[in-house]
Design a binder for this molecule. Structure first.
Ligand SMILES: C[S@@+](CC[C@H](N)C(=O)[O-])C[C@H]1O[C@@H](n2cnc3c(N)ncnc32)[C@H](O)[C@@H]1O
Length: 158
């Protein structure tokens, strides 16, 4: 058993899973607000120097999981760990979003692909030379990853 504390809440314009973006690339310019709980606000010092941050959160809406899922961007079943499906053994999501400003406990972000009221677990600075790779394979996604900007969420993962 592993336990995590909620450190805040992510607010977004999306109150319904149906029709929402499936990645930040499909939510360009969409504003979100991250409210950090008072106990954790001191940990935001120096974060404002970063243009992008990684949000780690719990997919709190939805329950259970399947080890084989048909992803939003495909019509064939795939192993859940080869997808970003929200229903997973540990329902943890991660989004790289643009940081607009920090004001006390509130972080304004852009490109949010998360449901309104989502519990926040962690924040990390996005650092390209830690995370981005030059030579990559994208498995079953192949060319489909470019569709991420236009595809929308449907009832598949409720
Ligand atoms: C495919 S996941 C990708 C999320 C994240 N960028 C990632 O890669 O982990 C995005 C979808 O998860 C679902 N979702 C978003 N927030 C959720 C929440 N709080 N609880 C359950 N499902 C959520 C929506 O259907 C949304 O379109």
């Amino acid at each position: 058993m592993i336990e995590f504390e909620q450190i805040g809440t992510i607010h977004s314009p999306y109150n319904d899973l149906e029709g929402m973006p499936i990645q930040p690339a499909g939510a360009v310019g969409v504003r979100g607000r991250v409210e950090v709980l008072p106990d954790y606000v001191d940990g935001l010092q120096d974060l404002d120097g970063f243009s992008h941050i990684i949000l780690l959160y719990k997919f709190h809406r939805g329950s259970g999981f399947d080890l084989k899922v048909v992803p939003f961007l495909d019509s064939s079943p795939r192993g859940v760990f080869a997808t970003r499906a929200p229903r997973r053994p540990n329902p943890i999501g991660m989004s790289v979003v643009r940081l607009e400003r920090i004001d006390g406990a509130v972080i304004d972000v852009l490109d949010i692909d998360v449901l309104n009221g989502t519990p926040l677990m962690d924040i990390k600075p996005y650092v390209p030379h830690f995370n981005s790779q030059d030579e990559v394979r994208t498995g079953w996604l192949g060319e489909k990853d470019s569709n991420v900007a236009v595809h929308r969420s449907d009832s598949r993962f409720r």
